[in-house]
Write a protein that binds this ligand. Structure first.
Ligand SMILES: C[S@@+](CC[C@H](N)C(=O)[O-])C[C@H]1O[C@@H](n2cnc3c(N)ncnc32)[C@H](O)[C@@H]1O
Length: 264
């Protein structure tokens, strides 16, 4: 299995080449609910989920970024079904996080504007790495702290607040042309991640030289952020057209020496 390489194929084929317990981290946004037709490719969720469970290391995390389509007057609930399927097969729903869009596409009708997607942080056992993003603590002094023990029971204790504290699990991003990324070419793909989202999640759950994987690489955001942060990476993307976008995007960003920057 070659590292630092994008495989132009179904992610199931890529994962079948991986040994068990191989990946430190996965971040991805699957082609959910046929919201967009990414050149008409098939998405076999349960098979993919089972392979993810096999290839993720014990203590590894996958961040699964999804939302639901509205169909016949109801949201599909696919996001929840998928999260619960991961739990059914033995993974943990470690944290249901929110990707909040500061400036979503406005919608008409009798629902509020759709401001968020889920970021399900799914783990294989207890996470082995957690480098939380921190913010300055506003109020100093003693505080009541809730702690959940192994058995889930709540335990309250007084603790001295430190200067910095970990942030909440709603992450806020502005999105759109020139904001999600400065790479013009990426916008030829219809559904790109904001680069900052991938940076924040990757830095939280991995350390340098860890192996990260995106089974639905799209425009190559995960590969670019992995290279910038000294992580080893692997990607799968079924559409040749999108693979070409990633190749060009990485060449534009890492012109001097692609090989040294980890691109085979
Ligand atoms: C939501 S997009 C991912 C966008 C990506 N996060 C980015 O930043 O550009 C999903 C991608 O999955 C690809 N895809 C669909 N089914 C696939 C499969 N079975 N294996 C690999 N890629 C697939 C689609 O072509 C599409 O580019």
């Amino acid at each position: 299995m070659e590292l630092n390489k994008l495989y132009n194929e179904n992610c199931l084929d890529t994962m079948r080449m991986m040994p068990d317990n191989f990946l430190d981290f996965i971040i991805t946004s699957p082609p959910y609910d046929d919201i967009r037709n990414y050149n008409g490719y098939k998405f076999e969720f349960e098979k993919i989920a089972n392979e993810i469970k096999r290839v993720l290391k014990i203590g590894g995390i996958m961040v699964w970024v999804v939302g639901d389509k509205t169909e016949n007057g109801s949201e599909t609930g696919t996001s929840f079904k998928q999260a619960l399927y991961f739990k059914e097969i033995g993974l943990c729903i470690h944290d249901t996080m929110i990707y909040y869009k500061n400036n979503p596409m406005p919608t008409t009708g009798n629902r509020y504007h759709q401001h968020f997607e889920y970021m399900f942080a799914i783990s294989k056992g207890a996470p082995k790495t957690f480098n939380p993003i921190k913010e300055t603590t506003k109020y100093k002094g003693l505080a009541n702290m809730k702690n959940r023990g192994e058995n889930g029971a709540l335990d309250y204790k007084k603790v001295e607040r430190t200067d910095n504290k970990k942030i909440g699990n709603v992450f806020f991003y502005s999105i759109g042309g020139g904001i999600s990324t400065k790479d013009k070419i990426a916008y030829q793909h219809p559904a790109i991640f904001p680069e900052q989202l991938v940076t924040d999640q990757m830095n939280t759950w991995t350390n340098e030289f860890d192996i990260v994987y995106d089974p639905f690489m799209g425009s190559g955001t995960t590969a670019k952020i992995a290279i910038l942060n000294n992580r080893q990476w692997i990607g799968s993307e079924i559409s040749k057209e999108y693979v070409e976008i990633t190749e060009l995007r990485l060449k534009e960003n890492f012109t001097n020496n692609l090989f040294e920057n980890g691109f085979n």
